[in-house]
Write a protein that binds this ligand. Structure first.
Ligand code: APR
Length: 178
């Protein structure tokens, strides 16, 4: 697992399955209904069990770029932070800002709850079509800036499903200011 220090926090990159992470919170790449789906969403709901959907039903949905929190139920993680990334149609500032916001709001929700370790999937880069090479810089820049400003978040881990995705993130991390 690649790991870099950002002030007093640690940012990690690994290939794996987000549902197996033992961080305090894992982030779900949800849709606005919060009623489940495929990919990360399907895997998290399968691993957490039916109580997760029951709690999600009480939340009344989530806007793109926003984030909400539930318990983790049968997951190792105590919490699931559900965020909704943008659907990618073309490279434009508004879509990039929504992706940035999904990461930012997820970390703000974690911080408000006093959560110190969070695992992210690569939001919007699956069904929502965001190209990895465009999403990785947005994800890493947003998270490193947040960690610099908020040392209370001690650890952020990106859990990439494929070696291709891991390589994209590793390349970007290597280029970010030391
Ligand atoms: N662990 C980590 N990463 C995963 C996992 C997993 N178990 N499963 C898939 N991924 C990766 C995908 O390879 C992709 O790179 O997570 C990234 C995000 O893919 P999606 O889950 O398709 O999420 P997203 O692109 O944000 O689309 C969200 O898909 O599942 C539906 O309900 C969801 O409508 C929403 C949409």
């Amino acid at each position: 697992m690649e790991e870099v220090k950002i002030e007093s926090s640690v940012l990690q990159l690994m290939q794996g399955d987000i549902t197996e992470q033992d961080t305090e919170a894992i982030v779900n790449a949800a849709n606005r209904s919060l009623l489940g789906g495929g990919g990360v969403d399907g895997a998290i709901h399968r691993a957490a069990g039916p109580e997760l959907l029951a709690e999600c039903r009480t939340l009344g949905g989530c806007e793109t770029g926003d984030a909400v929190i539930t318990r983790g139920y049968r997951l190792k993680a105590r919490y699931v932070i559900h965020t909704v990334g943008p659907v990618y149609r073309s490279a434009n500032p508004a879509t990039e800002r929504l992706l940035e916001s999904a990461y930012q709001r997820s970390l703000e929700v974690a911080r408000t709850k006093g959560i110190r370790s969070v695992a992210f999937p690569s939001i919007s880069t699956g069904a929502y079509g965001y190209p990895l090479e465009e999403a990785a810089p947005v994800a890493l820049r947003t998270v490193t800036e947040f960690l610099r400003a908020h040392p209370g978040i001690e650890r952020v881990r990106f859990v990439l499903r494929s070696s291709t995705a891991l390589r994209s993130f590793e390349e970007v991390l290597g280029q970010l200011a030391p």
